[in-house]
Ligand binder design. Structure first.
Ligand code: NAD
Length: 293
C-alpha cells in the first residue's frame, strides 16, 4: 500500500506554525511581514496564483500588496517599480509573477530584484548560493519538495534520484538540492530533459523520480520500479465540465503508479500547496533577518 503524500495537509500545518510565529512577533510590538507581488497582464493562471498567494498572506497575518500592471506596460516602468520596492525597507519579499509579456526580458527583470528580498530565489545570486550550498532563498517549488521529503522521512542518502525537466525554477535547482550534502540530499542524481534518450531506462532504475515537464500523465506506471517514490510537480490546466471549466492534471499517471510506488504526491493537493508554503517561509526568513538583530 503506497503512501499518498498529503501536501495540502502538510502545508496547512506548516502555514499554521508561521501564523503563530507572526502573531508572536506582533505581540512583541513588531510590524507585520510584508510580501509585494507584481502581476503584468491578464494571464488567467497567473491571476489565480497571485490571488492564492494573497489569501495565504492573509491567513498567516502578512501584509500583502499586489501591483497589477497592464500587459503593455513598458519594461522601464516595471524596472522603476521594482527599484522603488527594493528601496522600501518595510517590504520583506518581492515577486514578479512569470510569465511576463513577450516585450519584456524576464532575466533582466529577475536580476533587478534586490537579492535580499528575492523570496522566489530566481536571482543569479540566490541560485549561485544554492549551488554552493550556502544560506539563501531556495525557490519555492524545490524548497517545498525538500520539506515534503523531510516531513515524510523519505530516505535520500545514496539513493538514485531521477529529475525530469531542467528548468531554472524547478528541475535544475531540484537536481542540485538532491545531490548536495545533508538531508534531504546525498542522492546520486540523473537530470533528464527533452533530449534524453530512452528515458524509461533511467526512470526504471530510480528510487526517487521527480517529474516537472508540464505534460499531463507523462510518467506512467511501467516506467518506474516497485517501491519508487514519485514526486509530481506538473500542473496543467485541461478543459473540464465543471464550474471552473478546467481541471488540474499532473505529469504522473497516478492510477498506473499508485499501487507500484512506496509514496506518491497527488495533483492537486501535492507539491502545489507546498510551493505556496515555500514563499511564505522565505518571506518570513527575510522579515526575521531585519527584525532580529
Ligand atoms: P518548463 O517548460 O520550463 O520546463 C519543462 C522541462 O521539461 C524542460 O526542461 C524540458 O527539457 C523537459 N521536457 C519537455 N519534454 C520532455 C520530454 N519529452 N522528456 C523529458 N523531458 C522533457 O516547465 P517548468 O516551469 O519547469 O514547469 C514544469 C511543470 O511544473 C509545469 O506543469 C508547471 O506548471 C509545473 N509547475 C508546478 C509548480 C507547483 O507549484 N506545483 C511550480 C512550478 C511549475
Amino acid at each position: 500500500m503506497s503512501t499518498i503524500i498529503d501536501g495540502k495537509g502538510l502545508a496547512l500545518k506548516l502555514r499554521s506554525k508561521i501564523k503563530e510565529e507572526v502573531s508572536q512577533f506582533k505581540n512583541e510590538g513588531h510590524r507585520s511581514p510584508h510580501l509585494a507581488a507584481i502581476l503584468v497582464g491578464d494571464d488567467g493562471a497567473s491571476q489565480t496564483y497571485v490571488a492564492s498567494k494573497e489569501r495565504d498572506c492573509q491567513f498567516v497575518g502578512f501584509e500583502s500588496t499586489v501591483h497589477k500592471l497592464p500587459a503593455d506596460t513598458s519594461e522601464q516602468a516595471l524596472l522603476d517599480l521594482i527599484s522603488s520596492i527594493n528601496a522600501t525597507d518595510s517590504i520583506d519579499g518581492l515577486i514578479v509573477q512569470l510569465p511576463l509579456p513577450k516585450h519584456m526580458d524576464a532575466s533582466k527583470i529577475t536580476e533587478a530584484i534586490d537579492p535580499r528580498i528575492d523570496v522566489d530565489g530566481f536571482h543569479t545570486i540566490s541560485v549561485g548560493r544554492l549551488t554552493k550550498n550556502e544560506d539563501t532563498y531556495i525557490s519555492a517549488t524545490p524548497f517545498g519538495v525538500m520539506m515534503m521529503l523531510a516531513e515524510y522521512g523519505i530516505e535520500t542518502k545514496g539513493k538514485h534520484c531521477v529529475v525530469i525537466g531542467r528548468s531554472n525554477i524547478v528541475g535544475r535547482p531540484m537536481s542540485i538540492l538532491m545531490s548536495r550534502g545533508g538531508y534531504p540530499g546525498e542522492s546520486t542524481v540523473t537530470l533528464c530533459h527533452r533530449y534524453t534518450q530512452d528515458l524509461a531506462s533511467h526512470t526504471s532504475r530510480a528510487d526517487i523520480v521527480i517529474v516537472a515537464v508540464g505534460i499531463p500523465h507523462f510518467l506512467k506506471g511501467d516506467m518506474v520500479k516497485e517501491g519508487a517514490v514519485v514526486i509530481d510537480v506538473g500542473i496543467t490546466r485541461v478543459a473540464a465540465d465543471n464550474q471552473k471549466g478546467y481541471a488540474l492534471q499532473g505529469d504522473a499517471e497516478f492510477d498506473t503508479l499508485v499501487d507500484k510506488c512506496a509514496a506518491i504526491t497527488p495533483v492537486p493537493g501535492g507539491v502545489g500547496p507546498m510551493t505556496r508554503y515555500g514563499l511564505l517561509f522565505n518571506t518570513l526568513k527575510s522579515y526575521k533577518s531585519k527584525i532580529i538583530q
